[in-house]
Design a binder for this molecule. Structure first.
Ligand code: NAP
Ligand code: GDP
Length: 324
């Protein structure tokens, strides 16, 4: 039985990746940081019905000694580093913390792996935000980076550390440059889930408006369930490498909002208000990924369209709100 260690197991991707690896017969250990809200951390794993199948260990990406001990004890074949301060807007309010967790945290776990499990395979959750002010219309593995937020700068550090440990120490370390991916388990602060939950609230007459930021921004949105499979595929190859994971289609926030409202038969113009509070100090106007390498080398392709995903998310939020 193969063993996987996942940091960020309580997040969106951690939950779907756990489900996927369990279905492949893996023994899954997840790192959870201590919180006073005992029991709440595993909500997403519970939603997928797998909370009792994942072995949870206490740990934090900032606590290097703890990571060394976790890797020594769990002896993983594969390590998926998904933990991060992952919300772009918060990274301007907490730039130092974001740099430490999302940037230096990657070095902490790479070092722990080098010391305790140098033969293991490592996945780093890199981000399309690294392209920021885009230098090519369609972004691929060779497109130059131009980060636009403390989050993106920190992710760039994690990306290059992953590449550097591969080149310096011959570690099997891969950087997955994933474009935005969403699901019913997405955090409520991210734009898709904020919209689908608000649409559900409005449809159920629990709310009367949706306050939004930049409606012109465009993103390449895919489904998290598809994207965690790509993470695993990267670690099954003969050689470690870096891959863009995207759909190859970009859609504006406005069009995504329209899909969500149309699903419940409502007119967005009656409910959406633009609120400058949700604008960012520096915006990433458009992202569009080129997944050609992933298709060629991994045989990976996205299965779920943006429209299908948004409808699934609205339905899940309607169901959650009805059962409250
Ligand atoms: P998420 O839902 O925000 O999950 C982040 C996870 O990191 C949570 O489990 C969180 O734990 C954990 N975490 C935060 N700080 C930590 C620390 N100091 N020590 C240990 N764990 C810590 O994010 P996601 O959407 O699943 O994304 C997974 C990864 O992919 C992240 O690194 C994200 O930046 C990256 N990424 C995401 C996307 C996307 O569109 N979703 C795109 C590209 C890259 P708590 O539950 O305790 O907060
Ligand atoms: P990001 O691409 O990782 O920053 O993911 P988000 O889902 O947080 O934001 C995607 C895009 O939606 C960004 O360009 C935001 O500026 C834009 N956006 C517009 N209104 C909102 C909003 O109310 N909340 C969030 N989170 N983003 C918004």
């Amino acid at each position: 039985m193969k063993k996987a260690l996942i940091t960020g197991v309580t997040g969106q991707d951690g939950a779907y990746l756990s489900q996927f690896l369990l279905s492949k017969g893996y023994e899954v250990t997840g790192v959870v940081r201590r919180s006073s809200h005992y029991g709440l951390a595993t909500q997403r794993l519970e939603w997928l019905g797998i909370a009792d199948k994942v072995k949870l260990v206490d740990g934090d990406l900032l606590d290097q000694g703890g990571l060394v001990r976790i890797i020594r004890d769990s002896k993983p074949d594969e390590i998926y580093n998904l933990a991060a301060q992952s919300f772009v807007k918060t990274s301007w309010d907490q730039p130092v913390l974001t740099s430490q967790v999302t940037g230096v945290g990657v070095v902490n776990i790479l070092e722990a792996m080098r010391q305790e499990a140098a033969g293991a395979r490592f996945y780093q959750a890199s981000s399309s935000e690294m392209y920021g002010l885009i230098q090519e219309e369609m972004q691929s593995e060779t497109t130059p980076f131009y980060p636009r937020s403390p989050y993106a700068v920190a992710k760039l550090m994690g990306h290059w550390m992953t590449v550097n440990y591969r080149e310096s120490f011959n570690l099997f370390s891969c950087s997955g440059i994933l474009f935005n991916h969403e699901s019913p388990l997405r955090g409520l602060e991210f734009v898709t889930r904020k919209v689908t939950d608000a649409v559900a609230a409005i449809a159920l007459k629990q709310s009367t408006e949706l306050r939004m930021g930049n409606m012109d921004a465009k993103r390449d949105w895919g489904h998290a369930r598809d994207y965690v499979e790509a993470m695993w595929l990267m670690l099954q190859q003969d050689k470690a490498d870096d891959y863009v994971i995207a759909t190859g289609r970009t859609v504006s926030v406005r069009d995504m909002v329209n899909v969500a409202f149309a699903h419940v038969g409502l007119d967005p113009d009656q409910y959406v208000k633009v609120d400058p509070a949700f604008f960012r100090p520096a915006e990433v106007d458009v992202l569009l990924g080129n997944p050609a390498k992933a298709k060629r080398a991994l045989g990976w392709e996205p299965k779920v369209s943006m429209e299908e995903m948004v409808r699934e998310m609205v339905d899940a939020d309607l169901q959650r709100r009805r059962s409250r």
